[in-house]
Write a protein of this length. Structure first.
Lengths: 476, 415, 113
């Protein structure tokens, strides 16, 4: 019997796990996929929102503003790429300038620091690439950009280092109430637990229904994006939003912490796991972004992708105790990434209210460091390569990622098992050639280090094998 | 302090270093990121290399080997498994490698010979899911020819670039089924002989003016949708064809890898995406030369070698005799021409004649290549046909430039 | 009258061959002999790889040292698939002496240690 089972290791589940790992508890976190951070967490705008969007008084408003501060603190402590670059919401019409005032008003009520409305000229002084048609903008200095998957990884690794058991490739098939606890049934055996936390993202409705009466529907919404080469990465220096609509926060143009430019998303109803891009969706993104920043050079695009948001049609997250000792962290749409650490904190609070005893560990390890060769000074590089020659061999030339970094990530608390898993940890393959050169080398390293045949190495999820058979008499 | 550092040990770097040695430099370093010299030729195991340079038909590794042998007879120092990270304006070259360590070397001259990379799915924005089974042709070539693994069983190839065509044959010979080769342009991007010996020999259909408009599949590619395109390369609704396949290979163009050059401050020509060069392959930075696919994408390695030998000789002259002299004349692209290399010529630095490499922007039948200045034709070159997939080359006698000034134009005139 | 594109060199001459095997449109004599051979007994140089033990990579590239009849290419590939060599190997080393009775040797095209 464990104390808590958390279902889903996206950023919300990971944040909850990390929070619980501060206490003397037996915690298991189950994740259906072969890695953490592979759902909504890995495919979104990578923005930490300031907190003027949610309606005042909602849980969302509180968790957004609190999360924004916690993200800053945690990213610094856990070595996660983070930059507080600020954001602007643009108004192109008189009506939209009114919207800015509403947002300002909400933001002030929500406790967002430093908000102010600036003129079109002031906005263009900050961001010279903005369109001439911008009348006004809402400036939010506390908005930030982050590496979302690395933030999730950092939370999950911290949880694991502090005793949480992560079970990957484990899908929950049912939840049975047993006395004053639950049996969580999975395709890899049952887990007896006192408490359950549902952090299953777009599947959180399905998980909820296993333990509690049906009370909400997840209406997945797909957002499509362009990611552009670093040559376009300084087109803007802050996050540039348009006015929100009933469908979402609209199309944004933003730098990423990795130095690229991200443009998107649209918002289309979709199936829970259908992250396909469409010609129409991408054309819409391009056209709409053009209103804010007319001169984006899309010939520098290096990747399109789509992410699924767990929308519910409500103005708030669905967070609460839906059955005894069963906590939903569901309907986590935007600003879910920003709110995640605050949601984690709140999850612990809800569990405590349900009777879980939270007794602090004395030796909680809240630290994480990784070597980024690219960011080191020449002297530090020289020293590092002398100490470990593997740091001298560049595997990913676009992002300057060394073999040493790849080998090191294979020895972290949650080692990768796929080429994309390596990419999420050290950026190999994230650059302009998109792994054209380094993917075969990463396959070679993974197969050597994991003791697997190259044919067993997957691109991302289990089943996504890259190679089909050996030449010269290979099977198949 | 080296006389010359050559960045890249592929065909361009090897030929440049040998030539610089032959022209009198004695302190030369080649830096190669791979574990051996030869560059991409090592995975191009098909034949057809060297007919011009060696008058015989060699495979890629054999062609590379010829130059490695030539190099071994010189005193050129080669550091493999070493990647250059930065070249500064004062020609300090930062490099790193497991054996090399992290080092900064100084040079009197630098030759950029980093080659090119392949355009990706993201660059051309193919919509659809993101399953395993989408590869650039070059990555597939490495898996098959070097690692000995087949990346798919049923294959559609997008783009008719030479590597794609070569891989159509190669994967077929290894037992895969290649269903189609799809080209968005109304003409092939590769050499005609590769269409013949790689597609026609194996009855692989080539769909011109078509493109892939959707990729379907969960874990693995299951289907691609191919549509006809109009004259503006926009897909025409209602023309969709479905191919059930597990693999999509992309052979949709090569891009010179100029991140180092750009950071060093070398002027880049947006048409070639490589450094703008003078007649001797010198870039906008004195003492920095550029050759091979980092300058403009070639079809034939023989021409890479020839161009790189000129760069090597020029670097030697620069170090031994000082900077090149003379006022530059610009080469402009006239009708039908999409770029020229060089982009500028200094007549005072040319002994007899200079080479101009260029590509045309569509297919032409019988035509003349005309070099003119203002209204005056300086010289003409007859051609039976011209195709964008085949790089053209003319030799212009420098004495034709005497007596007047102003830019000259290279153009196609149909006859 | 048959039309064909020469594959001997990258020039890719568009040639015409009449019923008496007279070739036109070829830039050089190699085109004429290719055209005649292509219409009477077409041949190809086969390039492939063989398994190699103890080398940096698991495959060594090879080629037939001479063209083989086009209809035998499949047999040659099957024969090449059966071979495994050991490092070190040098460019030109014989891998198969007379492949499938075509008279052509299969030779290594890369040095591997």
């Amino acid at each position: 019997m464990v104390d808590v089972v958390i279902i889903g290791c996206g950023v919300v589940g990971a944040a909850a796990a990390m929070e619980l790992s501060r206490y003397k508890l037996d915690v298991v976190i189950v994740e259906r996929e072969n890695d953490v951070a592979v759902g909504t967490t890995k495919a979104n705008s990578a923005i930490l929102h300031a907190g003027y969007d949610p309606k005042p008084g909602t849980l969302m408003a509180r968790l957004n503003v609190r999360g924004s501060e916690l993200c800053r603190e945690y990213c610094a402590a856990l070595d996660v790429p983070y930059r507080r670059c600020g954001s602007m919401v643009l108004a192109f019409s008189e009506k939209e300038t009114e919207t800015l005032r509403e947002l300002l008003d909400r933001g002030v009520k929500n406790g967002v620091p430093g908000l102010k409305i600036i003129s079109g000229d002031e906005a263009r002084a900050r961001e010279p690439e903005l369109a001439d048609t911008v009348l006004e903008a809402l400036w939010a200095p506390s908005a930030a950009i982050v590496s979302p998957w690395e933030m999730c990884l950092a939370f999950a690794e911290t949880a694991v280092k502090n005793g949480v058991e992560l079970r990957l490739n484990t899908a929950v098939t049912g939840i049975d109430r047993r006395g004053d606890g639950y049996t969580v049934r999975t395709d890899r055996g049952d887990i007896e637990t006192k408490y359950v936390v549902n952090a299953a993202g777009v599947d959180s409705g399905t998980i909820h229904d296993m333990a509690a009466p049906h009370s909400f529907d997840i209406k997945p919404s797909r957002g499509e994006y362009y990611l552009l080469d670093k040559a376009e990465g300084t087109r803007v220096n802050t996050v540039v939003f348009q006015c929100p609509t009933e469908r979402g926060k609209g199309v944004l143009v933003s730098p990423t912490v990795h130095g690229n430019l991200i443009v998107g998303p649209n918002a289309e109803p979709s199936m829970p796991h259908d992250a396909a891009t469409t010609a129409a969706g991408l054309a819409f993104v391009k056209e709409t972004a053009c209103l804010s920043v007319p001169k984006i050079n899309y010939s520098k695009s290096i990747r399109n992708f789509a992410g699924i948001r767990a929308n519910t049609g409500r103005d708030d997250f669905i967070i609460g105790v839906s059955a005894p000792r069963f906590v939903d962290l569901a309907g986590i749409c935007s600003p879910g990434l920003t709110s995640a650490p605050a949601i984690g904190e709140y999850a612990a609070e809800l569990l405590a209210r349900e009777g879980l005893a939270l007794e602090k560990k004395e030796n909680f390890d809240f630290s994480r460091r990784r070597i980024r060769f690219k960011e080191l000074s020449p002297e530090a590089r020289e020293e590092l390569v002398r100490r470990d020659p593997a740091y001298g061999r560049v595997i990913c030339r676009c992002e300057t990622v060394t073999e040493g970094e790849i080998l090191a990530c294979l020895h972290t608390p949650i080692p990768p098992v796929s080429v994309d898993g390596v990419k999420r940890r050290v950026n190999a393959g994230m650059g302009r050639c998109q792994g054209g050169f380094c993917a075969p080398r990463v396959v070679e390293i993974l197969s050597r280090e994991l003791g697997l045949s190259p044919g067993e190495i997957v691109k991302d999820r289990t089943g996504m094998n890259i190679l089909v058979r050996e030449t010269k008499g290979g099977e198949g | 302090m080296y006389d010359l550092i050559v960045i890249g040990g592929g065909p361009a770097g090897l030929a440049a270093a040998c030539s610089a040695w032959d022209n009198g430099l004695r302190s030369i370093l080649i830096v190669e990121r791979d574990r051996e010299l030869g560059g991409i030729l090592n995975q191009c195991i098909h034949n057809g290399f060297g007919l011009t340079r060696f008058k015989e038909e060699l495979t890629g590794p054999e062609y590379a080997h010829r130059f490695v042998e030539l190099l071994s007879r010189t005193g050129v120092e080669a550091r493999t498994d070493t990647m250059v990270l930065e070249v500064t304006l004062d020609l300090r070259v930062h490099m790193t490698g497991p054996e090399t360590g992290y080092r900064v070397e100084e040079a009197k001259s630098v030759i950029l010979a980093m080659g090119c990379r392949e355009r990706t799915r993201g660059a051309i924005g193919i919509p659809g899911t993101r399953p395993a089974g989408v590869f650039t042709a070059g990555a597939a070539q490495r898996y098959v020819n070097v690692e000995g693994w087949l990346p798919g069983r049923r294959v559609v190839i997008l783009g008719s670039g030479d590597i794609g065509l070569i891989m159509a044959r190669r994967m077929t010979m290894e037992g895969a089924k290649v269903l189609a080769c799809v080209e968005v342009m109304p003409y092939s991007g590769g050499l005609t002989r590769n269409i013949v010996q790689c597609l026609e020999d194996f009855d692989i259909p080539l769909y011109l003016s078509h493109t892939v408009t959707d990729i379907r599949g969960g874990d693995r590619v299951e289907q691609v949708v191919v549509s006809r395109v109009d004259e503006n390369r926009r897909p025409i609704p209602g023309t969709e064809m479905l191919f059930d396949c597990d693999t999509l290979l992309l052979s949709v163009g090569l891009i010179p890898e100029n991140e180092l050059s750009e950071r060093a401050g070398v002027e880049i020509d947006p048409r070639t995406k490589g450094p703008a060069v003078y007649e001797n392959m010198e870039t906008s930075l004195p003492g920095v030369f550029s050759c091979g696919n980092v300058t403009h994408v070639h079809d034939l390695v023989d021409f890479v070698s020839a161009e790189s030998e000129r760069a090597g000789a020029a670097a030697a002259r620069f170090v031994l005799n000082g900077p090149a002299a003379g006022e530059p004349i610009a080469l402009q692209n006239g009708f039908g021409v999409s770029y020229t290399v060089p982009q500028r010529v200094r007549p005072g630095n040319v002994e007899k004649a200079f080479n101009v490499f260029f590509r045309v922007n569509r297919n032409f039948g019988k035509s003349e290549i005309v070099v003119s200045r203002g209204e005056t034709d300086l010289c003409r070159f007859k051609r039976d046909r011209l195709a964008p997939g085949e790089m053209e080359n003319i030799t212009v006698p420098v004495k034709l430039l005497e007596g007047a000034s102003g830019p000259i134009t290279v153009a196609v005139r149909e006859v | 009258m048959r039309e064909l594109v020469c594959i001997v060199c990258p020039r890719g001459c568009h040639m015409k061959v009449d019923d008496e095997l007279n070739v036109s449109g070829n830039f050089c004599p190699r085109g004429a002999s290719y055209a005649k051979a292509e219409l009477t007994h077409p041949t190809r140089v086969v390039t492939s790889t063989v398994r190699i033990k103890g080398a940096r990579y698991p495959r060594c590239p090879v080629k037939t040292a001479a063209p083989v009849p086009k209809e035998r290419v499949g047999d040659v590939m099957a024969e090449i698939a059966k071979v495994e060599i050991s490092a070190p190997v040098r460019v030109g080393d014989t891998v198969i002496e007379d492949v499938c009775g075509t008279g052509a040797a299969v030779v290594a095209t890369r040095e591997l240690t």
